[in-house]
Structures are given as C-alpha cells and as structure tokens.
Ligand binder design. Structure first.
Ligand code: PGA
Length: 239
C-alpha cells in the first residue's frame, strides 16, 4: 500500500529561492509538499514526482474577503490537496469547527483532497482523547455525507495529538496509541459516512520514529512539520 508523506512547511522558509531548493530536495513519489501560499506557484513548477498541497483555503469562491485565498485560485495553481483544521490555525487564528466545516465542504465539492486535522490538546487518557476526536469529526464533517458521492479517497484524516506536535522529541506519542486512534477514526467514518478513509499520523514525526508509526497498516502516512524542512531527515522518513 502506498503511504502518503505530507511536508507541512508552515511559515517557512523565507524566500522563493529557498522554497524552490527545498521542494527539489523533497520531490519524491508519494510526497505532498504544502508550502506557504507565496511559494505555491514556483514550487508547483519544480515538482515532478511529488504533489502540490496548500496549508489552508477559504470557503467562498471569490469576493470581498480581505486576506483570503480561494479554492479556484488554488485550482489554477494545480494544487491537489488542502490541509484543513490544523491545530495551529485553531489556536492562533481562532478557527472554529463551524468554519472548518465550511472549508471542508467547499473543498470536497471542488474536488480537492482534504487532509482534515484532528487531535486532542492534552492526553488525559486514550478514551477521553477518542471522545474529543469523535466530537471534532462530527462537527468538522457535518453535512459532508450529503454532498453526493465524492470518492472515498478525497477525504483523509490526520490524527495529530496537539501535545505531540513540534516537540522535536522522537516518539512523543506511543505508536500503539496512534494505531488504536486510527482504527477508531476509520470505524467511526465507516458508520457515519460509509467511507473507508486513510488516516495519517502527525506530531513530531522524524527520521528516528517514523518507522515505528508507519510500519502499521492502520497508519497510511504522516504529516510532517519540522522534519520536512531538513531534506536529509525527510528522505529518511520516506525511506
Ligand atoms: P511537527 O508538525 O512534525 O513539527 O510536529 C506536525 C504538524 O503540525 O503538522
């Protein structure tokens, strides 16, 4: 089975030149490169094997929405994937489940592959984390089962326990727990949406711990932040 490794650059790097060099270094099959908006066009031009993704999008097609970027604009740049509901957007930009839900529906309708990020802020227990994720999924995906028949492979869930993101520590989360959560998410979506979704894991995935997560069939890929800015490290993750 092909795994998907998503390079989420966040607000990095600083210049187009650096972005293009990084994109060339990460350009492998199975990789999705998600640069900041200003670099999408140039990065898209140099990717030969990897696919282009965006870190967010707005829900309306066009109009008076200062500072926003539309799905049509992303489509014109040949963006195929959009990451939505990332915890950093929830935390720093105040994105609510309601807003994320609008974005998810608009992106699916337009035929994008949506990587919806969910995950608990703190881990008290795995069972409380599951109920948190269940609620998040219910709110973020409200109404998506009425969108008509969009192919199952359009919706991808990234499980990112927030407390494990950007810690830089190898093995911040236990792979067994991530596997259990992935199974739980898949089961939920089979019941609620009759969809078998891919589940990615994210949270300080790096060269040291990637295999311990990705060797499990339930985890079909990784959403990689910090390590995606270091080509050598990222290539080890892919390997
Ligand atoms: P990290 O980021 O790999 O730096 O923890 C992952 C993410 O936030 O998507």
């Amino acid at each position: 089975m092909d795994k998907i490794i998503v390079a989420n650059w966040k607000a990095n790097p600083n210049t187009t030149k650096q972005a293009v060099a990084l994109a060339k270094a990460l350009d492998k099959r199975g990789v999705v490169v998600a640069p900041p908006y200003p670099f999408l066009e140039q990065v898209g031009r140099v990717l030969k094997k990897a696919t282009l993704g965006a870190q967010d999008v707005f829900w309306a097609d066009s109009g008076p929405y200062t500072g926003e970027v539309s799905l049509k604009q992303l489509k014109s740049l040949k963006v195929k994937y959009v990451i939505l509901g990332h915890s950093e957007r929830r935390k720093y930009l105040g994105e609510t489940d309601e807003l994320i839900n609008k974005k998810v529906k608009a992106a699916l309708k337009m035929g994008f592959k949506v990587i919806l990020c969910v995950g608990e802020w703190k881990r008290k227990s795995l069972s409380s984390a599951k109920s948190f994720v269940k609620n998040q999924l219910r709110r973020d995906l409200r109404g998506t089962n009425k969108l008509g028949s969009y192919p199952a492979n359009k919706l991808i869930i990234a499980y990112e326990p927030v407390w494990a993101i950007s810690t830089g520590r190898a093995g911040a989360d236990k792979p067994e727990d991530a596997v259990e959560m992935a199974k739980f998410i898949k089961q939920l979506l089979v019941v609620s949406h009759k969809l078998s979704v891919k589940v990615l894991y994210g949270g300080s995935v790096n060269a040291k711990n990637a295999y311990s997560f990705l060797k499990h069939k339930e985890i079909e890929g990784a959403l990689v932040g910090g390590a995606s800015l270091k080509p050598k490290e990222f290539r080890k993750v892919i390997k």
